[in-house]
Design a protein around this ligand. Structure first.
Ligand code: ATP
Ligand code: MG
Length: 338
């Protein structure tokens, strides 16, 4: 996997993996803007490309959009989070914030601490030190279910579906905690409103199924589906929670190009049309750089860079972590870019 990552990283700049995805041109514009203003991080290679007519205004618009986004109070604030397993330091004093409406990616080599970070956000792991704030509330000590109720949804690096259940049932399970009726009121199915509630839940699940284009497999047993479709069903289950913040751990792993394109389109639509803030871990650099507003890079459990895709790509420390390039002359501070 790391080899794939390195190859993609090298190819980045000439490669556009996703065609027809609206955000590509916008992000490309942001890249142009950064280089044009000399805003790129030390370690940038080669002459900055010149802007063509019209690109400057597009790039300025993208920059304004990002500025507007990050001017809001963060929906997620990670402060000095460290996580230790016995002798292994999975995370060391990591700080970052994600703002409402952002599509924020976390990248880094294998074992860098990306999944550990997501687990600290979802509540699966509790940081050894530091804090996690969601919508301004300290959720560091809360359990995963409580965080889900507050509006944090997630998918897993290794699929976590009920293989023997139908696609629809797997998705309905995602909404279980939203049901107000319990087993007592549920016993009075026709009188307590349980029937109406179930119909509404089912309707919403059907909307999610339509959106993710999996109607044709809604009755299929989840365990019999291809890997790519199971990943999509897992996303559907997380979306069914209607979270404000959705955490995606390698949503495109193991997919072919076509499946990746579809998944990237769904993630962009979730972000732009459904209004979900997205934190995504992904090894495919082409996708990450094309669709993210901002990117954070972890290496050996530490944050080594954070910024727009262009800033991160130009960062000497990132190039060293991925490509083994010499970072002599790079700024030694922890935070490298905006
Ligand atoms: N439950 C655990 N118990 C012990 N060590 C763990 C546990 N979870 C993670 N680690 C260790 O923490 C470090 C970071 O692991 P993590 O899974 O977060 O990396 P990652 O960046 O997600 O890697 P990958 O890209 O391979 O998924 C690794 O050294 C890993 O072995
Ligand atoms: Mg991982």
């Amino acid at each position: 996997m790391l080899c794939n990552t390195l190859t993609l990283f090298r190819e980045f700049g000439t490669q556009i993996l996703i065609n027809g995805v609206g955000r590509i041109s916008a992000i490309a514009g942001a890249k142009q803007k950064d280089t044009d203003t000399g805003n790129a991080e030390s370690g940038s290679l080669g002459e900055p490309p010149r802007l063509r007519t019209g690109e400057a205004s597009k790039a300025a618009q993208v920059r304004e959009d990002i500025d507007a986004m990050t001017s809001h109070d963060p929906i997620l604030q990670i402060s000095d989070v460290s996580l230790v397993f016995g002798g292994v330091r999975a995370l060391t004093e990591v700080n970052f914030a994600v703002h409402p409406g952002e599509l924020f990616s976390i990248i880094g080599p294998n074992g860098a601490g990306k999944t550990s970070m997501l687990n600290c956000i979802s509540g699966r792991y509790h940081p050894t030190s530091g804090s996690v704030h969601f919508k301004g509330q300290d959720v560091t000590g809360l359990k995963p279910n409580d965080r889900a109720e507050l509006g944090i949804g997630r998918t897993f690096q290794n699929l976590a579906l009920f293989g023997h259940m139908s696609v629809l049932d797997n998705i309905m399970v995602g909404r279980h905690h939203l049901l107000k009726n319990n087993f007592l009121t549920g016993a009075l199915y026709w009188f307590s409103g349980a029937q109406k509630e179930e119909l509404e839940h089912r309707r919403f699940c059907e909307d999610v199924i339509d959106f993710l284009e999996i109607s044709h497999i809604r009755k299929a047993t989840a365990g019999t589906l291809s890997y790519g479709l199971r990943k999509r069903v897992e996303l559907a289950r997380a979306v069914a929670l209607r979270p404000d913040l959705i955490l995606l751990d390698e949503p495109m792993a193991g997919m072919n190009l076509e499946e990746k394109e579809d998944m990237a389109r769904f993630i962009i639509d979730l972000n732009e049309e459904w209004g979900m803030t997205v934190v995504m871990i992904e090894h495919d650099m082409g996708v990450v750089m094309d669709i993210s507003n901002r990117v954070m890079v972890l290496d050996f459990g530490r944050k080594i860079a954070e910024g727009t895709p262009d800033q991160v790509m130009a960062n000497a420390h990132v190039r060293k972590a991925y490509l083994g390039e010499d970072s002599d002359g790079a700024d030694d501070t922890d935070e490298k870019v905006a």
